[in-house]
Ligand binder design. Structure first.
Ligand code: FES
Length: 323
């Protein structure tokens, strides 16, 4: 973990504040890959994940924007109410589960609400590299759109289209219109053609994904998750967990792999413990994981060679992991 100091706080909207962070030891922060997030441990000791939203190529500071959640899961209230300029926080190195496709011909960024944050970093980077992109930003009202002034005054303002006050029942028509001209370019290399990236409320991202997937292969539609996976899958069956070193443990229906390993003296690095951050992912040597996380990509899940051990389980009676 890195200790950082808050050097500026800005009210981006009435519910969103941005925090500029510099290393307390004066060393540079960044550059970082656009789309990356960091773990931030706030004043209450609760760790949450926030996307970095400043220009990724700058190395003097990180910028995060935090929306006050209602109800708060414990992190956002403390950041809004307790953290001041000069406060110190602990952060992780940036991790990127939402990267830009390096060879894509065009990037279409579609965000809603606080989901603008990783897309803003992507827009900075794409503009700097002279790449072809467009950014669609949905917000309930102009005054609820964080970074609206920054976007309108940016060098890429002409690539940004705002969609203010689109009612939920009107979202599909708006998405049909903006995602109707995607270049499918069915080249075998999944990096080519148009790529779509979306971040925002779960239902919004599902709509964007379904709409874009009418024209694009699914590996060209990228999703950033701010929420833990849907727990409706339940706890699941008991299974046998074997380590690469030969130890064997039983994982009961109501315990996670991380829990069972900890009880037996094996500590897996964790952060969110909700299947979001990717810290606890370990290689799978044998068996089929029952993926219940939101941190591995669809492609990574299909490969079945790694598992988020804080939430995911086994599909069969036995799983062997490299630990
Ligand atoms: S600890 Fe974050 S995904 Fe498991």
């Amino acid at each position: 973990m890195i200790t950082v100091r808050v050097t500026a706080i800005a009210d981006e909207t009435d519910t969103v504040k941005s925090f500029r962070l510099v290393r307390s030891d004066g060393a540079p922060l960044g550059p970082y890959p656009p789309g990356a997030h960091i773990d931030v441990t706030g004043p209450t000791g609760i760790t949450r994940q926030y996307s970095l939203c400043g220009p990724p190529y700058e190395t003097d500071s990180f910028l995060v924007a935090i929306k006050r959640e209602t109800p708060s899961r414990g992190g956002s209230d403390a950041m809004h109410d307790t953290v001041r300029v000069g406060s110190e926080l602990r952060i992780s190195e940036p991790r990127n589960l939402f990267g830009l496709a390096s060879g894509a011909a065009e990037h279409v960024l579609v965000g809603a609400g606080i989901g603008i944050t990783p897309l803003l970093a992507m827009a900075h980077q794409l503009h700097r590299e002279g790449r072809d992109f467009r950014l669609h930003y949905f917000a309930s009202a102009r005054e609820r759109a964080a970074f609206q002034d920054l976007l309108e005054g940016s060098g890429f303002a002409g690539r940004v289209r705002f969609h203010f006050g689109v009612p939920r029942h009107g979202q599909q028509a708006a998405l049909d219109a903006i995602l109707s001209d995607l270049d499918p370019d069915q080249d075998a290399d999944p990096n080519f053609g148009t790529h779509v990236y979306t971040c925002g409320p779960k239902e919004f991202m599902q709509r964007v994904t379904a709409t874009a997937s009418r024209s694009l292969p699914e590996d060209r539609v990228h999703i950033e998750h701010f929420q833990p996976p849907d727990p409706s899958g339940g706890s699941g069956e008991e299974f046998e967990l074997e380590l690469g070193t030969g130890e064997v443990f039983t994982v009961p229906a109501d315990r996670s792999i991380v829990d069972v390993l900890a009880e037996n003296g094996f500590d897996v690095d964790t952060s969110c413990r909700e299947g979001i951050c990717g810290t606890c992912v370990l290689p799978v040597l044998e068996g089929e994981p029952d993926h219940r996380d939101n941190c591995l990509t669809r492609k990574e899940k299909a490969a079945n060679d790694q598992i988020a051990t804080c939430v995911s389980r086994a599909r069969g009676p036995r799983l062997v992991i490299d630990f």
